[in-house]
Every structure is written in C-alpha cells, then in structure tokens.
Design a protein around this ligand. Structure first.
Ligand SMILES: [Fe+2]
Ligand SMILES: [Fe+2]
Length: 478
C-alpha cells in the first residue's frame, strides 16, 4: 500500500463527537494497522462498526487511522452543518415564539421539516440517533482523557479545560438521550438500559471533581469553550454542572478552612434573621438561628455527598423538552411546559436509573424557590397532602444537607438544590443564547437576583447567595 498521511481515528472521534456518524454516512474506509506486524489494510468503517460500535476504542490488535484528507473534509462538513443549524435556529426564532404563545395547547410542537436542529443542537441530534452503547463509548473515551490528565504531574491548563468541557457535554447528552428513552421502559428494564451510562457517568463525575478541585484549569477558558459550543440547553447544563461543582467545592473550602460558619453566625442577627423569620413564621424568634437555617448548623460536605450532588447538577435538566425555550427566573413563559421538565426529570432519574436518590431530589427541587408562587416542583402537592394528613407536623428548619429531614417534612428546602438554584438562575440570566432577551452582564445578573429573588421575593437563599458573590469575585480575580 502506498504511504498515506493519516490521523488516529480515536483522536478524531474524541475531537468531533459526531464524526463517527458523519464518516458512516459518507461510507468511508479506514486504515487498520496491525500492532505487531505493522501490516496495513483498508477496511469499510461500516463493517467494523456493525460488528462492534465501540471498536475504535479498543486497540489491542489493530490501530485505526483515517486518511488525513478525509479527516479534514469531514471536519469541515461538520463545521458547516453546525453553522447551518445555528443559522436555522436564529431564523426559526419567530416561529417558535408564536407556537409557544398559544395557550392551553399542551406542549408546543414544531415543524421539524422546517427546522433541522432542535434547541439541543446538531450534536445532540446525532447523539439521539446513536445506539446507547455508542454513547457510553464516547463518554468512556472522554473520561479516560480526564483520568490521564489527572495522572499527569504538570498539567496543561488549556488541555484540562477542553477535556472537562468535552466530557461534561458528552455526559449531559448521553444521559439525556438515554434517560428519556428509558422513560418508555418499565422500571427494571429501564434500570438495566441505563446501567452502563450511570456507571460511566459516576466515573466521569469522580474524575471531574478531582480536576476541578485541584484548580489547575483555567476558568476563563472553560467559559470560552462552553460559549463556543452549540445547542443552548446542552450548553446550559454543561455550564451549570461545572460552575455548580466549583461552587460546592468553594463552599466546602470556606467552611473547612476559612471559618465562614463563625462569620455568618456573627452576621446572622443583622443580615439574615429577618429573612429566615419570614420563612418560619410559626417559630418564636429565639429559634431563628443559623442552626435552624441550615439543619444542625453550617457543615462541610464529605466526598460522597459532593459526588452525589454533582451528579444531580449534571442531570438537573434532563427533563427539558426539545424546541422549547426555558426561562429560569423570567416571566412570560408557558408555565405548564416549564413545570413539566422538573417532573419528567425527577421521574427519569428516580425511577429509570440507579442514580442516588439525592440526584433525583435535586432534579425535583431545583425550582422550588422556598415555596414562592413563581416556583414550581414535584413536591408542592405532595407536601400539601402530607400536611393535611399530618396536621401536627411543621417545617421548623430552612435547609437540610441530607434527604431524611426533607422527606419527613421537617425542612423547607434541600441544601444542594438551593445551591443549584442560584447557579441555574445566574446562568440563565447571563446566557448569551437566550432568545427572549439579551444577556445580562455578571454584575447586572447578580444585582437582579439580589433585588428580585431576595429583597422583593424570598426565592433564593441569602446566605448561599452571599457565598456565591464571594465565589464570583474569587473566580474573577483568580
Ligand atoms: Fe430547570
Ligand atoms: Fe437549569
């Protein structure tokens, strides 16, 4: 065989998650090189794929390469498709708004023939078509990259940032596609169907925590890379997962090493007591303490909790419908559609996977806003029923770190969901891709949350918000 310039297939697919699909469509051949003998042969990609969709990851006997010219033209084709799909998305804005404005029509349906890509983006559409094992394969490949980077002694910040975004996007898309499919299956069958993706996601979350915790990566780069990605909802979920995790780790460092609990206790009577009193009006004011705000006092989280909470952050919006624009922290939306994503997400995570229950509760509680009428969630009706049946019970605490007090009706809110709410609203307000309004600057968004979500309404937690302000400042001065 004459010598050809090639690129490793694995590298190509890791860089372009939709590349495999594109190559299959183009009916390309690939070059296989026997690792021992060095023998080269050309093989139809389709044949290898049909035999094993993740063959390209295992290189025990053979290594797989793509002709460089094919790699370049395929990458170009993918880029063009992305551009066309964003152009379609912008062109289709008016149409979607109109469809959403029809009241009482159930979920808005869009004419897919007129709009090739959903709000989830071109890449996600490719994910949806993949068989579940292929999604697992892609996630595995990106997780392995994270693990390799975690092992390296001197880490390249840019490489870490890119790998983190890539892995988070893969995990988000793979989970959404697989969990929504699982909704159509019965409990045990569904859990078996999602088993592999759950296992790989756990692995991916663990490596991500390790890398984010070591703070070697460049936060600005994460922001820039995520902004470049396509598909607003996936982008939102990726950003919320990474920022939410950072915020959790920041919280922990503040509690463990900076004595924040003491400082907040000192400030409590002046800054927070009144707010908490309005949330627990049935309690005598002597009981309105930091220990009643945060169940048992402000605590550091352990590794297991961080793992579970981060998983909840990752999947929090899996229930979002396609082609629907969401308005976290905004007025004027189709409420029933928006509410549905919480219920659907909770059901998918809780009933169709073996993810920890904490992750399901985070999904179900992430728009509760302390019971404010603008908030919504799965548990309002349940809690109202529970209260009716058990009139003696009362919610004497504001937030709990563990699920039990939440399920026993002792607290108003779940700590990780309150952390997530802030990150979620902040992300929605600063999101550059929202259709209904131009994005706010970071300062404007923080100001708006303070006025509309804390001062005028009691939706977001003021202690956690104070920490979020410090976290943003810390992030921007790093
Ligand atoms: Fe949401
Ligand atoms: Fe969200």
């Amino acid at each position: 065989m004459a010598s050809v310039k090639v690129v490793p297939l694995k590298e190509f697919i890791n860089r372009h998650p939709t590349g495999l699909r594109q190559l299959l469509q183009q009916r390309e051949n690939i070059v296989c090189r026997n690792k021992q003998s060095g023998r080269l042969k050309q093989v139809q990609l389709r044949a290898l794929y049909q035999n094993n969709p993740t063959f390209w990851q295992k290189e025990d006997t053979w290594q797989y390469y793509l002709d460089r010219a094919v790699a370049e033209s395929t990458a170009e084709a993918i880029r063009l498709q992305r551009e066309t799909s964003s152009a379609w998305q912008s062109a289709g804005k008016g149409e979607i708004e109109e469809l959403e404005a029809v009241p009482g029509d159930g979920p808005a349906e869009t004419d897919t023939s007129a709009k090739p890509a959903s709000n989830f983006g071109e890449i996600y559409d490719a994910y949806k078509e993949m068989p579940a094992p292929e999604r697992v394969g892609l996630l595995q490949a990106t997780t392995r990259k994270l693990e390799e980077l975690a092992q390296e002694e001197t880490k390249d910040e840019d490489a870490v940032a890119e790998a983190l975004v890539q892995a988070s996007e893969n995990a988000t898309m793979a989970n959404r596609a697989t969990l929504l499919e699982a909704l159509r299956l019965g409990g045990d069958q569904a859990k078996a169907y999602t088993q592999e993706i759950v296992k790989e996601t756990h692995r991916m979350v663990r490596s991500t925590i390790k890398l984010v915790d070591s703070a070697v990566y460049n936060d600005d780069l994460v922001k820039a890379v995520v902004e470049k990605s396509n598909g607003t909802v996936i982008q939102h979920m990726t950003r919320v997962f990474l920022s939410g995790l950072e915020f959790l780790l920041y919280y922990n460092r503040q509690v463990m090493t900076k004595g924040i609990a003491n400082r907040i206790r000192i400030r409590f009577p002046r800054d927070y007591k009144e707010y908490y009193r309005s949330l627990l009006p049935h309690l005598h004011e002597d009981y309105i303490t930091l220990e009643h705000g945060l169940y048992g006092g402000m605590k550091a989280l352990n590794e297991v909790e961080i793992n579970k909470f981060a998983t909840g952050f990752l999947v929090h919006d899996v229930g979002k419908a396609e082609d629907i624009e969401y308005h976290e922290g905004d007025e004027g939306y189709d409420r029933s559609t928006v509410e549905r994503h919480v219920k659907l997400g909770y059901r998918a995570v809780m009933e169709k996977t073996s993810y920890p229950r904490e992750a399901a509760l985070i999904t179900g509680y992430h728009h509760e806003y302390y019971g404010h009428p603008n908030g919504y969630g799965y548990f309002r009706e349940f809690l109202a029923e529970y209260k009716k049946a058990n009139p003696q019970v009362s919610q004497d605490y504001v937030m709990a770190y563990t699920m039990e007090p939440l399920i026993d009706y002792e607290v108003l809110a779940y700590f990780p969901a309150k952390m997530l709410e802030i990150v979620d609203v902040f992300d929605s307000l600063t999101d550059p891709n929202r259709k209904y309004r131009s994005p706010l600057s970071e300062e404007e968004a923080l100001e708006l949350i303070e006025t509309q979500f804390i001062v005028e309404n009691h939706k977001v937690d003021p202690i956690l918000f104070r920490l979020f302000l410090d976290f943003q400042e810390d992030r921007n001065t790093r």
